[in-house]
Write a protein that binds this ligand. Structure first.
Ligand SMILES: Cc1cc2nc3c(=O)[nH]c(=O)nc-3n(C[C@H](O)[C@H](O)[C@H](O)COP(=O)(O)OP(=O)(O)OC[C@H]3O[C@@H](n4cnc5c(N)ncnc54)[C@H](O)[C@@H]3O)c2cc1C
Length: 271
């Protein structure tokens, strides 16, 4: 069954440990959830949603928990479906939770486990996102190779006979292959226990690579690369949209740095 992970809210996604305002209140044997989520991938298509909600505002990030919400639960509905730059085959929409009641057993793990769950989900999600980035960059490379072999510039020479075109194709191929094998390696079992940043690192590299490779592909096609007669403009839009999918890129590099340095997650200690 397809599932979605619902973290981001209208008030912000990047700083969710501080900005999460969706509330889950224990009432007898159930939690009652109220709030809304935005930009949720697969919304409307998924059968089950992992919804992040604040269970105890006094506990800060330790009072944020995750709940399994099935799509037919009363009080749960899909709101606005976004019209996105790219990845248009993957619906991204708002979730509305209006007195949405779920059994208390639907809490995933323990109260406050959401960082652990987000990281576990993030690892798998990142490997998938890196694979998507590699796939669309490979498609851009394949399309470009076909084009440059057919495009005659100064007869009888094609673009494929020009040094700088050959070098650019080489750079694109190295970038795609490197990201592919880095991603494969990142999902091998870790050498030591604890938070494993490798899938996140592979996703960062693959997403940056896809923007670079699809951009180079458009350059090699010249003006035709910017038209909808060729799929390159779509791959470029998809690459940028994939780059914007969680985890938020500007923040995740800092989080990975903290893990690599052994610095505690969260804001710097107060003096
Ligand atoms: C294609 C796509 C799919 C998505 N799918 C999902 C999904 O399935 N589930 C889900 O929960 N969310 C999803 N999102 C939303 C995503 O989680 C948020 O867009 C992201 O968390 C950033 O939140 P925001 O858009 O509110 O930006 P803001 O929080 O307003 O931030 C704006 C920009 O500033 C940067 N920024 C903000 N604060 C800081 C800081 N303290 N330090 C450094 N940089 C900062 C952010 O990285 C971002 O680039 C998706 C988004 C996209 C584009």
């Amino acid at each position: 069954m397809l599932a979605s992970f619902a973290l981001a809210e209208p008030g912000g996604g990047a700083n969710w440990t501080q900005t999460t305002s969706t509330r889950a209140v224990l009432d007898g044997d159930s939690y009652v959830i109220n709030g809304s989520k935005v930009f949720i991938s697969n919304a409307g298509e998924a059968g089950v949603y992992i919804v992040v909600a604040r269970t105890d505002p006094a506990k800060g990030p330790g009072g944020i928990s995750a709940f399994i919400v099935e799509k037919d639960t009363p009080g749960f509905s899909i709101g606005t479906v976004e019209k996105k730059l790219g990845l248009r085959g993957d619906p991204t929409a708002e979730l509305l939770l209006d007195n949405c009641r779920v059994p208390k057993q639907n809490m995933l793990g323990q109260e406050g486990d959401v960082m652990k769950i987000a990281f576990a989900n993030g690892g798998l999600d990142c490997a998938g996102q890196a694979a998507a980035a590699v796939g669309l960059a490979q498609a851009a490379l394949d399309e470009t190779k076909t084009y440059v072999k057919e495009r005659t510039v100064v007869a009888p020479s094609t673009l494929a006979n020009i040094d700088v075109v050959q070098s650019t194709i080489t750079e694109m191929a190295i970038a795609v292959e490197s990201a592919r094998y880095y991603n494969y390696g990142s999902v091998m079992p870790p050498e030591k226990p604890g938070m494993d940043p490798r899938p996140l690192m592979a996703a960062i590299q693959a997403k940056e690579m896809a923007i670079d490779v699809t951009g180079k592909a458009i350059t090699l096609l010249g003006g035709y690369g910017c038209t909808i007669d060729f799929p390159l403009e779509r791959y470029f839009r998809d690459a940028k949209t994939l780059f914007m999918a969680p985890p938020a890129m500007t923040m995740i590099k800092s989080i990975i740095g903290k893990i690599l340095l052994g610095v505690p997650l969260g804001p710097p200690p107060k003096k």
